[in-house]
Design a protein around this ligand. Structure first.
Ligand SMILES: Cc1cc2nc3c(=O)[nH]c(=O)nc-3n(C[C@H](O)[C@H](O)[C@H](O)COP(=O)(O)OP(=O)(O)OC[C@H]3O[C@@H](n4cnc5c(N)ncnc54)[C@H](O)[C@@H]3O)c2cc1C
Length: 403
């Protein structure tokens, strides 16, 4: 990125603001503080979240008129560099659930003016957690088979049906739901996208426990639930287009590999040396493990350079597209390979499930390895991304999974 006088002036402004608004006590603690799927900030973290939300810099490129930062892509990059330099991080993305990464960008693209004014400022400040109700017991990869039904009751919609795997539904304030509004139309043509207030008797959630120990998602039941007429995102029966666009935003947000590996501060190489020992040239003692660690590091480097190149080629104006499927699959492979190696190099210490007899970071690595399996499932599975790449990027013929 070439330095221009305007950008350097903005850099000085960002630096001064961070100096004043980011509590020094939090510097460098982002990875630890944001490790959980859900956070309820207290103390300095709460102060930082409020400052960031009020400035709009948790959503730096969103329009200022709706509470975003109103920055250009290049300014946002400078802000990211300065936040990095200060050891700062963005807690709002986690606090807002699917709000900042997916729902907000889709409202900005498809929402009415009233919907933007109602929802975007609250998303920018992460005032509430947004959930997403897409998947159903019989509609996961084949999402267009969804059966959750919305019926027109005159001044509102009445929703009945069940969703599953709904991340954070038990703590969500609002939820975006794909519903069937025309059961007689071909399946993709009879779907609409409704935004619903979770604070009502018609919606019930039951948490599901994951193999990694946490309960990050729920079964969500709609029993004569109410959605307001003005809360349909996009046109009636055009929800497939809106919903697909939102998924592209989801995949775009899943193209990095950060957060895997149990949050250990040491590099994979240092951890391998610690557990496996070193040879006479101070290399990882086991040659087979060594070559696989090196191969992984090359893949990880290639992935991170590719991400940077995509942003640079777009001249800072990166738009979501089907290419997000390639980067999401690559990110899943790299992150899962790292987690596998991390477990393997620990030998029997990588079998810990409960803290007794194991170090905290060993148990954390095992749980992260198991949790990481979800990465190639959520947002559309690995195989489904390959189908999208085959059809929408390579132009190969349609298979049984259309879309
Ligand atoms: C941690 C996590 C969080 C999630 N959060 C949410 C959420 O907030 N909201 C929500 O709505 N959903 C959520 N999901 C659900 C997720 O979107 C679905 O699990 C995913 O789309 C796969 O659907 P499924 O589980 O029904 O698997 P299935 O569709 O039954 O697929 C099973 C297997 O068959 C393969 N397969 C299926 N069809 C094809 C095909 N045509 N070609 C090749 N292979 C195929 C799949 O790749 C997969 O390996 C979440 C899932 C996870 C793991």
């Amino acid at each position: 990125m070439a330095a221009t006088p305007d950008l350097e002036a903005f850099r000085a402004e960002a630096r001064a603001w961070l100096d004043e608004s980011f509590p020094k006590s939090l510097a460098g603690k982002g990875a630890t503080l944001l490790r959980a799927e859900f956070i309820e900030p207290e103390g300095d973290l709460a102060i930082w979240a409020r400052n960031l939300g009020e400035k709009g810099w948790g959503t730096p490129t969103w329009p200022a008129e709706y509470g975003g930062g109103g920055l250009s892509q290049l300014e946002a990059q400078v802000l990211a560099q300065e936040m990095n330099r200060a050891g700062a991080f963005n807690p709002l993305t986690t606090m807002a659930g699917m709000g900042i990464t997916m729902v907000g960008p889709t409202i900005l693209e498809y929402g009415t003016e009233a919907q933007k004014r109602m929802h975007i400022p609250r998303i920018c400040k992460a005032e509430l957690f947004w959930a997403l109700g897409y998947s159903e017991p019989n509609a996961g990869s084949d999402l267009a088979s969804l059966q959750c039904r919305a019926v027109d009751a005159g001044d509102h919609w009445v929703v009945n049906g069940q969703k599953t795997w709904t991340s954070g539904a038990d703590r969500a304030g609002w939820i975006g739901v794909l519903v069937r509004t025309d059961p007689d139309a071909p399946k993709r043509d009879g779907i609409s996208f409704l935004m619903m207030d979770m604070d009502q008797r018609g919606i019930e959630t039951r948490p599901i426990q994951l193999i990694g120990g946490a309960s990050p998602f729920c079964e969500t039941f709609f029993n004569d639930a109410r959605a307001e007429k003005d809360q349909m995102l996009g046109e009636l029966n055009a929800g497939w287009t809106v919903g697909k666009r939102l998924l592209q935003h989801e995949r775009q947000s899943q193209t990095g590999t950060a957060g895997m590996g149990g949050g250990s501060k040491k590099s994979l190489v240092d951890r391998a040396k610690e557990y496996v020992g070193v040879d006479e040239r101070d290399r990882i003692a086991d040659p087979d493990l060594r070559s696989r660690v090196v191969a992984h590091m090359m893949d990880a480097k290639a992935h991170s350079l590719t991400l940077k190149r995509v942003v640079a080629e777009a001249k800072g104006n990166a738009k979501v597209s089907a290419a997000a499927s390639i980067l999401k699959n690559a990110a899943s492979k790299v992150a899962q390979a790292r987690a596998e190696l991390d477990i393997e190099l620990m030998g029997h210490s990588g079998l810990g499930w409960e803290p007794e007899g194991f170090e905290e970071r060993e148990v954390a690595a095992v749980r992260a390895w198991l949790t990481g399996k979800a990465m190639s499932i959520y947002g559309g599975s690995y195989e489904i991304q390959n189908n999208i790449i085959a059809k929408n990027i390579l132009g190969l013929p349609e298979n049984t999974q259309r879309g």
